[in-house]
Design a binder for this molecule. Structure first.
Ligand code: C2E
Ligand code: MG
Ligand code: MG
Length: 497
């Protein structure tokens, strides 16, 4: 350091005080950390009369290097000021805790550079929506915080959150090959939900956590959920999940898949369910990733498979229907997965061609053992379905490299099919599937108009609440009992139990 400073002084002797100050403060770094050292440096430079340098240091300390947005430090200062102002004027301050759904997958599959570009793009879109006086800050990772002062009612905060989420989707969703970006937003208000900066952050974070438990891509306002006894982070959720898995309490519900032309059920999808005694039904979108992190996914996956195959083998329709089971990344990568599945199917006397394994697009395109495993499954006669198609972060051009039999168009596209652009996208997927000789399912069909459009563009199989939500094994059996034999009728409506 001394040598570096000596050289610097030789190069720009006029800046000697700066070099000396730097030497002194970098030395101090050994003993100081984080913000403190920036403060010391800033003060030191001010004392030396170097105000511009001091301002620059402050700027650096208070802003995020990637997006240029205020960071936590500046945010907290701003919240304090907004709260003071709200106290004086009798208004409310809205805090929106924003998280990008599936960001980790994008980062993992497309690399950090794309991840960074996405964070910058999202920050620009959000920033463009805000008024003067609002503040957008980067909280860290893929989390952002928006502070909206001067509110009169909680519903204003929700409306702003909705507008931000819609704008990000509109601006950053330009077609099939792009990642589908959605937001989860937790909202809390001063003084309704908390009266200090710290407490407000905690409540907004709880609301955000609740969003994720609801399957992401939604907005939760703290005061709306408070009365529902939600506060997942207050309890040791992971302990509860581990206990539930050990006690084999993971259940399975079934949702019918319908032939688009005849209206007859052709398959059921098995969906894992967990009912926590205190918090009720917990979405698999929350507990499956949690089970993956806890190393419990093999156990969860096996319990689901065992239960589903057992139920299926007793339903009396195992030669007419197919059974779809979701398979997570870790399960698929396990070397014993294919053998275990074959044994289980043989034990229940279920033909491999009746078992459809639903794998997500991003997993299927990952390198490593995933593709190898897909080939093995295919060679063993199992059917492979590419779930949530279009939301993955892969290139369409690589689809032909995979051993898959069917693609499931994600509900995000199905929801948009009534718009011109949405219809074009679905049509493109259908043409692609036809060209590659793949089966095609649309999931998340909620009404007849959507079903009619999908049928018209050539989607073969339909799944969604319009035809039947996921239900228990008994209810599913009842549904199937009504569906078979089904009188043939022109066109069709939902086949209901
Ligand atoms: P998925 O495999 O894409 O399942 C479809 C999800 O959409 C299910 O959510 C289903 O309940 C929901 N859904 C079906 N029809 C409609 C509709 O008309 N409208 C709307 N809004 N939603 C509809 P669910 O059961 O919460 O599962 C979420 C995800 O969790 C699944 O998405 C799947 O990826 C994962 N998952 C579920 N069970 C398992 C499992 O046993 N193993 C693994 N690895 N993942 C599972
Ligand atoms: Mg699925
Ligand atoms: Mg899906």
């Amino acid at each position: 350091l001394v040598v570096a400073c000596g050289l610097a002084a030789y190069w720009r002797p006029d800046l000697l005080p700066v070099w000396l100050a730097l030497l002194f403060f970098i030395g101090l770094n050994l003993f100081q950390s984080g913000f403190t050292r920036f403060c010391l440096l800033e003060k030191g430079l001010k004392k030396l009369g170097l105000r511009a340098e001091s301002d620059h240091i402050r700027e650096m300390a208070m802003h995020d290097a990637l997006t240029g947005l205020p960071n936590r430090l500046l945010l907290e200062e701003h919240i304090e000021a907004a709260i003071d102002h709200a106290r004086a004027t009798g208004t409310k301050v809205g805090m929106l805790f924003i998280d990008l759904d599936n960001f980790k997958q994008i980062n993992d599959s497309q690399g950090h550079k794309t991840g960074d570009q996405l964070l910058v793009a999202v920050s620009r879109v959000l920033q463009a929506q805000l008024r003067a006086g609002d503040m957008l800050a980067r909280w860290g990772g893929d989390e952002f915080v928006v502070i909206v002062p001067g509110l009169r009612e909680p519903k204003q905060a929700r409306a702003i959150a909705e507008a931000l989420a819609a704008e990000v989707q509109n601006e950053l969703f330009s077609g099939l090959t792009d990642p589908y970006i959605t937001l989860s937003i937790g909202v809390a208000l001063f003084p309704d939900d908390a009266d200090t900066c710290e407490a407000l952050l905690i409540q907004a974070d709880k609301a955000l956590f609740f969003c994720k438990s609801q399957g992401r891509n939604n907005i939760q306002v703290f005061s709306d959920m408070r009365h529902r006894g939600v506060g997942y982070r207050d309890v040791d959720f992971t302990t509860r999940l581990s206990a539930a898995v050990k006690q084999r309490l993971i259940q399975v519900h079934y949702q019918p898949v319908i032939d688009a032309r005849t209206g007859i059920p052709v398959a059921v999808e098995a969906l894992a369910r967990w009912q926590d005694p205190e918090h009720g039904w917990v979405s698999p979108a929350l507990f499956v990733p949690m089970a993956e992190n806890l190393g419990l996914i093999h156990e969860v996956g096996y319990q689901v498979l065992e239960r589903a195959l057992d139920d299926f083998s007793h339903c009396g329709l195992k030669d007419r229907l197919q059974l779809g089971v979701n398979v997570s990344n870790r399960q698929l990568l396990s070397k014993t997965f294919v053998r275990g599945l074959r044994d289980l199917a043989a034990h229940h006397e279920i033909d491999a061609s009746r078992l459809k394994l639903e794998i997500t697009e991003s997993i299927a395109l990952e390198g490593g053992g995933a593709r190898e495993r897909l080939r093995e499954l295919s060679a063993a006669g199992f059917v492979i379905s590419l779930d949530d198609f279009g939301t993955g972060f892969s290139s369409l051009s690589r689809l032909h490299e995979l051993t898959v039999d069917e693609i499931k168009i994600d509900s995000a596209f199905v929801r948009r099919v009534k718009t011109r652009q949405g219809r074009v996208i679905v049509k493109t997927i259908v043409s692609l599937a036809q060209a590659l000789d793949l089966g095609i399912v649309a999931e998340g069909v909620e009404d007849e108009e959507t079903a009619a459009i999908l049928r018209e563009v050539g989607v073969q199989l339909l799944q969604g609440h319009y035809f039947g939500p996921p239900v228990s094994n008994d209810q599913c059996a009842q549904f199937m009992h009504c569906a078979f034999p089904v009188p043939r009728h022109a066109g069709f409506g939902p086949v209901r139990a």
